[in-house]
Design a protein around this ligand. Structure first.
Ligand code: FES
Length: 77
């Protein structure tokens, strides 16, 4: 298994769960698969991660949630 290279000095990241849509990350972040392989998000300050399971660019949202009938609303309690 590859060595994880998690940067522990990461600045604040805002995570937004979009109703009927993706998970939006804003700020500084690093993204890995379960094997510790890093996705190239260099230079990005915002990304959307698929929550509907239908994206052809998984784990990133490609907008398919708008046409596949995905429905999930969440509200912080
Ligand atoms: S949440 Fe956008 S394609 Fe899945």
């Amino acid at each position: 298994m590859p060595q994880r290279r998690i940067n522990t000095s990461i600045m604040a990241t805002k995570v937004i769960i979009k109703n009927n849509g993706p998970i939006r990350l804003e700020g500084e972040f690093e993204l890995f698969d379960e094997n510790g392989n890093q996705f190239n998000t260099e230079g990005k300050t915002a990304i959307s991660l698929c929550r509907c399971g239908q994206s052809s660019k998984s784990p990133f949202c490609d907008g398919t949630h708008k046409s596949c009938g995905f429905s999930s609303t969440v509200e912080a309690a």
